[in-house]
Design a protein around this ligand. Sequence first.
Ligand code: DX5
Ligand code: ZN
Length: 215
Amino acid sequence: MKKMVAPSLLAADFSNLSKDIEIVNQSEADWFHLDIMDGVFVPNISFGIPVVEAVKKHAKKPLDVHLMIVQPEKYITAFRDVGADLLNVHYEASPHLHRTVQEIHNAGMKAGVTLNPHTPISLLEDIIEMVDLVLIMSVNPGFGGQKYIENTYKRVEQLRNLIDKKNSKALIEVDGGISTDNSAQLYKAGADVLVSGSFIFKSDNPVQTISELKK
Ligand code: DX5
Ligand code: ZN
């Protein structure tokens, strides 16, 4: 397992974003995680394409963009053009997921598929070989600072088994309510990348908090 961390900028200080970007640059974090919410797929609105573009100007690590929007396929090239390296679309928002994954690849990005907490892992059976990453939500998407759902450990194990069975190269990423209370057990269950927002940016020393998550 790779033990990677992707800090979620949703919990950063938007009035001084370059400071928090610099913290991530200086830390052991692997990627930036950017949460795009449309107020339709999820009951909240976050930020959009111009903010991703601004982050890209300062970020020295790859941008992992998590689209919590309906019809994500409409915006693939728009996010590519502002610097997304990996584009995550929700399974629940993608009736033509196979085509959407192909389009993300054709646009030159890595493709991730995200599952809400109730969506069975087994639904990935026929797509797992072509995706670069699966993002398992460990909260219901839409807000930072929510409580981690315990059932996620079991889901990570199920996904690890499916990936091994299919000989897929997909990474497993987990998002929501992540702290040092659950990080070690998630890596043990088979997670490769942990997303964390509040736990990192509300801590006194985010750089140190990031290294603690990786231990
Ligand atoms: C939730 C987002 C998460 C969020 C995580 O819908 O997808 O990435 O920023 O925040 P915390 O770590 O505070 O739960
Ligand atoms: Zn996210």
